[in-house]
Design a protein around this ligand. Sequence first.
Ligand SMILES: [Zn+2]
Length: 211
Amino acid sequence: MKLQQPGDASTMPVPYITAYSGETDPSPLVFTKNHLGALRLAYEHQRDDDRRLGVLRARAGQSREGRPVWGSPNARRQWDCMEKLLCQVCGCPATDDRSGKVPWLVTDDVFRRTGIDYGQTATPPTCLDCMPLALSLCPHLRDAPAVYMVGKATPVSVQAHVYTPAGDGYAAFTGEHNVELPLSGSDLLSYAVAHRLVVSMSEITPIWRVQ
Ligand SMILES: [Zn+2]
């Protein structure tokens, strides 16, 4: 969700997904070689949770220290919301108990329809309890928000920053940011660090058919 900052931001609730200025992780990126000698981007001091679904994920702190960075998701909380279907506003499971489906609030700029009842997005779900708050907090949503109930959501790609080997062994940013790369079959994935997970949604229906 993209929040726009009003006159008095101090009174606004901060969505679960929103990044804080104190959560930036400056860990250096390097290129390593696998057992076949192929280059692969990695953090200099690797951790088990750096890779998920075969992808190097951007590190991000979870302290919520500093000030909210409105409109910018914390990379790890975004990933968790997508994989675990958590509400981007409150961080709780978003699935509606009554229908067993997942409510999703999107606009045209963050939703790509791929079929009659299919679509893709990097914006996490919003639970029904948080839906009124989300709508009231996001002025841009008043234009043409769409609320879907989603049967299934499967990770399909990432939005990533692409790096190239630098002479000193470290990785240099190419300037290509938020490049969408499929989770399989992309040679660029070894040169990229993912900032957002994209899911493919199926069995989607407009919410007014459910209620
Ligand atoms: Zn919620």
